[in-house]
Design a protein around this ligand. Structure first.
Ligand SMILES: *[C@@H]1O[C@H](CO)[C@@H](O)[C@H](O)[C@H]1NC(C)=O
Ligand SMILES: *[C@@H]1O[C@H](CO)[C@@H](O)[C@H](O)[C@H]1NC(C)=O
Ligand SMILES: *[C@@H]1O[C@H](CO)[C@@H](O)[C@H](O)[C@H]1NC(C)=O
Length: 341
């Protein structure tokens, strides 16, 4: 009787050991000595699971259940998107711009986009050569992130205060021509300031019949009254949008020729209120889903648990103030001091 029980226990132990062996071999394929596995163990693409970096993701081969190595899908280091992911949203681009002083802010925004899992063909226009080199270094050959050097004259690398109008608005007022060039290629454009933070996919909010979709100070548009924010706009390449943006660029350029750097947003609002050069159909973004800085960072508003889609740190003025807010709210993911060429 005792002997029979001993056999049962031994049999159980043996089965358990075998099961453990299978689980272990499955979890750590590197320890299994097939030629393919040995190759994989040496590959640069293999990293220890805990070896994560803040904003850089390493592509690695996918291993199927049968341990065959499936062809590697290259995912961009900033976006974690493959070219196939980008092609799933044809005809749509995201556009943002930065000089060197705001490269970290752009990288932080892109990191928030990556965390949401949105794949979008993104163009980042660098306003100076150093910003270009730095962005290019981090984007590498990310299929989602295209870095371009400005085609309208390089700007200073530092952040200028608003009162230095030719530098501050100089940078802001170049962006409308970039939008126009994309619209003229028939692309839908999501223009986003670099100081936005994405919590959810905003694209479902850009559905419907409109020329431009953006946020205003009032919940509904009251023509001749409502002021809009020019820092986060979804534009469709309709005739009306293209004529409107051409008109906008025209006013900014003619002011500049007269030595006057008017705020891009004031010019946009002036034209929208006057329905010039054409009337544009506007879809308004909900203020609780697309909050601006002062609202979002208010502790009372935070307690209300709004399902924020994209936060725009508008009205939080200056790079240091923006960073300290992002950091205080756990929304800063870049080691800005380590950013270098
Ligand atoms: C990258 O994307 C793939 C596919 O969606 C996902 O399985 C993986 O977890 C992502 N990696 C990171 C670090 O987010
Ligand atoms: C991404 O956008 C650019 C325009 O900036 C366009 O030329 C390119 O074809 C797009 N790529 C994909 C994969 O859609
Ligand atoms: C847009 O304008 C072109 C000419 O500029 C015209 O041929 C076309 O019909 C217009 N399309 C719409 C949808 O109004």
């Amino acid at each position: 009787m005792a002997v029979e029980n001993l056999y049962k226990v031994l049999f159980f132990l043996q089965s358990a050991a075998f099961t453990l062996f299978i689980i272990n071999s499955y979890r750590s394929p590197i320890s299994v000595h097939t030629p393919v596995e040995r190759l994989r163990a040496q590959s640069h693409c293999e990293r220890k699971p805990n070896e994560t970096r803040e904003i850089f993701v390493t592509a690695r081969p996918t291993v199927s259940q049968t341990n065959e190595v499936v062809p590697m899908v290259f995912r961009g280091p900033l976006s974690n998107c493959s070219l196939a992911d980008i092609k799933k949203r044809p005809g749509v681009v995201m556009l943002t711009t930065a000089n060197l002083a705001f490269v970290d802010v752009v990288l932080n925004m892109l990191e928030s986009v990556r965390r949401v899992g949105v794949c979008i063909n993104t163009t980042v226009i660098a306003e100076d050569r150093k910003a270009y080199d730095l962005l290019l270094k981090y984007a590498k050959s990310d299929p989602a992130v295209h870095v371009q050097l400005t085609n309208s004259g390089e700007m200073d690398v530092i952040e200028h205060p608003r009162r230095h109008r030719s530098q501050y608005y100089g940078i802001m007022n170049k962006r409308q021509s970039y939008m126009l060039a994309l619209l003229e290629q028939g692309l839908e454009v999501l223009f986003s300031d670099s100081d936005t933070y994405w919590f959810r996919d905003p694209f479902p909010h850009f559905q419907g019949d409109f020329d431009m979709c953006l946020r205003g100070h009032t919940p509904t548009r009251i023509i001749k009254k409502t002021d809009f924010c020019a820092g986060f706009i979804y534009l469709k390449p309709t005739n009306a949008t293209i004529q409107f943006v051409r008109g906008w660029v025209g006013v900014l350029d003619s002011n500049k020729k007269k030595g006057s750097y008017t705020a891009d947003q004031s010019v946009m609002n002036g034209l929208l209120k006057a329905d010039k050069p054409v009337h544009v159909n506007i879809k308004m973004l909900e203020e609780n889903l697309f909050p601006w800085g002062p609202t979002f960072f208010d502790s009372k508003w935070q307690k209300e648990n709004h399902p924020t889609v994209v936060m725009h740190a508008a009205s939080i003025r200056g790079h240091p103030a923006k960073l300290s807010k992002f950091k205080a709210f756990g929304m800063w993911h870049v080691n800005e001091k380590a950013l270098m060429l």
